[in-house]
Design a protein around this ligand. Sequence first.
Ligand code: OFO
Length: 169
Amino acid sequence: MAMKQHLVDAFNAQIQAEFQSAYVYLGMAAWFTENNLPGFAQWMRVQWEEETQHAMKLYDFLHNRGENVTLRPLTAPGGSYTSALDVFEHVHSHEQSITASINALYELALTEKDLPSQIVLQWFINEQVEEEALVIEIIERLKLVGSDGPSIYLLDRQMATRTPGPEGA
Ligand code: OFO
């Protein structure tokens, strides 16, 4: 069954949002590298990869439904942060806005009674819960260590151990 055009448009907007997230996180990875925190940089590179996979999951979904993907322009990510905590606070507010857009897209799929869209979006709804929880945990750890150099060094080493999860999760 063909998708309603405004639902296709909303999926294309979400593809753009996921690629934009990837771009924002790549900018943060660069900031961490330039600020001598290679473990945090590695974590952000994994996040960049995961966001790219999120975008591609929606891209493949539209094609599988026989619809067209329309790629939209990205904007330059903000690049100046004051600390690792500041970066992760930006990540948190960014993810909250992504959660809102996923939820709105799901509501549209419900209104349109588009069952395949609802199912693919349920994965994203779960993913947003996990992403927000993970980011809050990192923020709490960063608050705990404050500006203590040796603790930040240890945390940076832990962050370096992150590897990409299956299917961008
Ligand atoms: Fe795609 O989850 Fe973050 O933005």
